[in-house]
Every structure is written in structure tokens, then in C-alpha cells.
Design a protein around this ligand. Sequence first.
Ligand SMILES: Cc1cc2nc3c(=O)[nH]c(=O)nc-3n(C[C@H](O)[C@H](O)[C@H](O)COP(=O)(O)OP(=O)(O)OC[C@H]3O[C@@H](n4cnc5c(N)ncnc54)[C@H](O)[C@@H]3O)c2cc1C
Length: 403
Amino acid sequence: MVGIVAVGGGQASFSFVQKLKALGHKGVITLVCSENCIPYQRPPLSKKFLLGDMKKEQLFLRPESYYQDNGINIVIGKQAVKLDINKRKIELEDGFKLTYKKLFLGTGSSPRKLPNKIINNAKNVYYVRNIKDIQAISKQFNSKRSLLIIGGGYIGLEMAAVARKLGLEVTIIEAQERILKRVSSEITASFFRNLHSKNGVRIRENVGVKDFIMERDHLKGVLTDKGENILADFFVVGIGIEPNVELAESAGLEIQNGIFVDDRCCTSNPNVFAAGDCANFPYQGERIRLESVGNAIEQSEVAANAILGNSAHYNALPWFWSDQFHVKLQIAGLNAGYTEVVERIDGERISHWYYRDGEFKSVDAINDPISYMVGKKLIERGQTPDPKNIRSVSFNVKSLLRG
Ligand SMILES: Cc1cc2nc3c(=O)[nH]c(=O)nc-3n(C[C@H](O)[C@H](O)[C@H](O)COP(=O)(O)OP(=O)(O)OC[C@H]3O[C@@H](n4cnc5c(N)ncnc54)[C@H](O)[C@@H]3O)c2cc1C
């Protein structure tokens, strides 16, 4: 029977099918997942799951029975390999073909690889994206081994925090002038640099890899562009991600740093929708792609509404979080192009409020859930708080929400 097909078993596809059901859709829904398990949450992979504080079953977004109870056909462990947008057919790796009325692509993203294949295939070089990756890495995380992390983004920093908690010796090298360069401001990066240093992580910024030192099929270390050899027992590479666009691209859909969609999540073909890490969408007069759970959920819900013919437009309000050591960072909004940053320090609670040409744009809240909650609401309302009030600890930020 022809129905709605969702490809990808991540947060986006899960939220999409869940929303279809919540909206009362009674037609056939098929969810195709290339990984060998039902949809699960990725954030704990580099946090509690790696630390051993969470079991695999706790990662699942819903138990298996959810799909049966809701009449969702779920295909596990099969990649969709061919898409024909004229015949509205999708072909799986085993040759099985599905015809769709409407198609949703939640194909997500994959870790960006080092340019050298030999290094990527080395037995002790790891990437972080799925359960299997963490199961392999965690075997290395149980003794006083040394770890070199290439890349000082959120994944690298979270991996470092867990590794230190488990007593490993950890070094991070970051090719840019500072950690978190692409995703955070200098002031927030500086907080995390100090946090990691205090906890014994060696952070080397502005340091690129000039050469890799191999011994048979193992990487022994790297020669940096500063002339230093850094040796380690194993290596984690966290240098960003690339959207999974191959299926969409080969079908002739428009691609622009991700699958090109409009504010209804519709691609260049009216019967195909996309959301989550793989989708590039309009945002405040520009086009962006976000890599976060919040975006995957909210964008997919818009796609579900749009497919069912409801009026829905994606007005992204980005939100994100990261856990490192005892610190929870929560971010609301995007600070791109900020012209002023105001710091609020209230004991252990710290927040950075970003303004662009006088307009409040985003907040980074460090162990400060109230500033996060208030900042997020103010962005939603398009309200700009007076920087003087924000700076003043005696000022109750919650009062900004009154009226
Ligand atoms: C270790 C880690 C920690 C993170 N921590 C945070 C965090 O703290 N906060 C936060 O907001 N975000 C975090 N993120 C990011 C967040 O998890 C992603 O933004 C989110 O998972 C995106 O969901 P998605 O469904 O778009 O993509 P994905 O989660 O990548 O899911 C896509 C799925 O589709 C499958 N697929 C791809 N192509 C096909 C195909 N052709 N056929 C069938 N299946 C296919 C993939 O195998 C994958 O299972 C983290 C990510 C990682 C990896």
C-alpha cells in the first residue's frame, strides 16, 4: 500500500512519524533505518553512555512496541540506496522497493573524515556518531591510557571530559586559533578552556597536524605543524560533520550545504520533504543548517504538518546543550555576527548575553537554567533586555518575563 515513507532512523525521522500519529494520520507509514536498531538519542553517546551511566536500552526514543502499537512499519538495518522522484519509488539495499505518496528524508549527517585513508583505517583511530562507535571506543576508556583528540568542538570536549573522569591522560589539538571557534564565542570558549585545564586536559590551540606517525596498522602519534611529536595510545577525531545528501543528490534534488528546503521543509520536489542535520533551510534572510536535537524535533514536526496539508512554517529558535564535567551549558538563539556580549556572573551561575546592533540575539548559560529559560523566552518574544540590568546581579532576570 502506498503511504508516507521516512528514510533515516534518527531524531528527525522519529519526531516526524511521531507527529504524524499525534496529528491523527491513519494512513500507512514506513520508517527505514540504516542502523541496526530502533531510533535512539545521540547526545548521551558522548556523555552518560560513554561514561557507563546509561544502558543501550535507555537511549531508545521509544520501546519497540511503540511502532507496533501505532501501526508504524519499521525497517531496521537497511539503507535506502536509490530514489526515483518521478516514479515516487525508493529502493533499499536488498533491492526491496517502496512506492510513496510523500517522502521524508531525515538522513542526518556523518563525521567529517581526515583526508588520509590509511589513517582513517588505523585500528586505534575513532570517530563518534553512533552506538557502535561508542561501544568500540569505550573498550579503550577503562585504564590509564593516553588519548589524543583531534578537534576542539563540543564532541571533542565532551569526550575529553569523560576520559578524564575515567582517569585517562588526555590531549586535545585544535587547528583553529581557539577551541569552539565555529560554534561559540571567545568568552564561552575561554570558560571551557579553563574548566578543562583545571581538570587535567592538555589543550593545544592553533596546532595543526603536519604528519601522522604510523606503526603497521596503528597510529602512534602526530607531528604537529609546530614541530612537536604527540604520541598516544588511541585517537578520537572530532572535526565536524557532513550532511548525508547522497540519496537526495543522486535523485536530482537541489543541494546547498545540505538538502535545500523551504520553510515548510519541502525540497525542490513537492513530494519530498527533509529535516534535521541534513536539511538547509531559510533563517532570517539567510540559509543555514543546524546540528542539534531541538532543530531535528521542531523542523520534523513542521514537515509532518506540511505533508498533511496543515499550514506550518519553520521559524527556528535554535537551542542546544552540552555537558562537560560538572557543567551544563545551555544555548538559546544564534550569536552569529554579535556586536556586544554582556556577562552575568551570579556565584557559580554564569551567562553570556549576545546583542547584534543593540538587538538581543542569544544566550549561553553555564549552570544557569534560569538565564537560559528567560533568554529563550525573550528571543521568542523578540524582546531585548537592557544590558545594564543583565550585568547587575541584584536584578532578577525573571522579572523580564512579567507583563
Ligand atoms: C555524540 C553526539 C553528541 C551530541 N550531543 C548533542 C547535544 O548535547 N545537544 C544537541 O542538541 N545535539 C547533540 N548532538 C547532535 C544531535 O544528536 C543531532 O543533531 C541529531 O541527532 C540530528 O538528528 P537527525 O535525525 O537529523 O540525524 P541523525 O541522528 O544523524 O540520524 C540519521 C539517521 O539516518 C540514517 N540514514 C542515513 N542515510 C540513510 C539511508 N539512505 N537509508 C536509511 N537510513 C539512513 C543514519 O544512519 C542515522 O541513523 C550530538 C550528536 C552526537 C553524534
